[in-house]
Design a protein. Structure first.
Length: 266
């Protein structure tokens, strides 16, 4: 079994009503009609407001959708499941989600930039974390959770092996010294590869103030990567080499269990 992270940003919150209706009325049902036989679980989380000061950390503002797959849903690395019916996309979908204009609704090419666009991040990872750095065994009695999801790749010219040597053997150990860090684990991206992503990591804090204290107000001393990198932790360029999103612990929607007719409140 494997899981996939789909991390989404919309160009303007003015598009939120349109995109929520499309997802809940149309897209989730189409995804199930085409992929239900491969899907074990299909949930989605609405992003929560980012803490004050988080904008320079590559924040995405809409949703993270998580699929748990019994087996890879596509053959030969192609993002095409061979359904007889194609999916329906809103008008201006590519512009709304930061995809190349006139291109396909799904693309493996990454074109993120600091000022936009901020395209979707999509990658497959093992069902269980490949590294569990801190906090395994938390329960509901251990307080609230604000999840900080981080998708990362290494800068051009830095191999995955070189980047992971720094990340695992130096950086992760220093991240564990953050005050108030409750949980920290990472998934190494696996096949089928979609785009340039190397890792999905999660860092959990009690709330937005705890994140601010750990990241901005009282961070530990970090060692810069051997290639230098961006000036600011985590030494990767935001929206280019990493993006992030803030979520709560419970999914907003569990489509496989609870998908019903789309209702409009009268």
């Amino acid at each position: 079994m494997m899981r996939s992270y789909l991390i989404l940003n919309i160009k303007s919150m003015n598009y939120l009503p349109l995109m929520e209706r499309w997802l809940l009325q149309t897209h989730a049902a189409e995804t199930l009609s085409q992929n239900e036989m491969w899907l074990y679980r299909y949930v989605s989380y609405r992003a929560v407001p980012a803490p004050d000061g988080a904008e320079p950390y590559g924040c995405y503002n809409w949703r993270m959708t998580e699929h748990w797959w019994r087996e890879p849903p596509w053959v030969k690395g192609q993002m095409d499941h061979g359904s007889a019916l194609v999916e329906q996309w809103p008008k201006d979908y590519n512009e709304i989600l930061g995809l190349p204009k006139g291109g396909p609704a799904r693309t493996a090419k990454w074109e993120g930039t600091p000022k936009g666009p901020h395209p979707p991040v999509f990658c497959f990872v093992p069902a269980r974390p490949t590294e569990d750095f801190q906090g395994k065994g938390l329960t509901l009695a251990d307080g609230t959770i604000l999840r900080w999801i981080v998708a990362l790749k290494y800068p051009e010219g830095v191999s995955a092996e070189e980047g992971d040597d720094w990340y695992l053997n130096v950086h992760a150990k220093e991240v564990c010294q953050q005050p108030g860090l409750k949980r920290f684990f990472s998934h190494k991206v696996c096949d089928p590869k979609i785009g340039p992503w190397v890792r999905i990591s999660e860092q959990w804090y009690e709330n937005a103030d705890a994140w601010r204290k750990a990241i901005i107000e009282a961070p530990p001393k970090y060692s810069r990567p051997p290639w230098g990198g961006h000036d600011q932790y985590p030494f990767l360029e935001p929206y280019v080499d990493f993006v992030s999103q803030f979520l709560l612990e419970a999914p907003t929607n569990d489509f496989k269990r609870n998908l019903g007719p789309y209702l409009v409140t009268s």
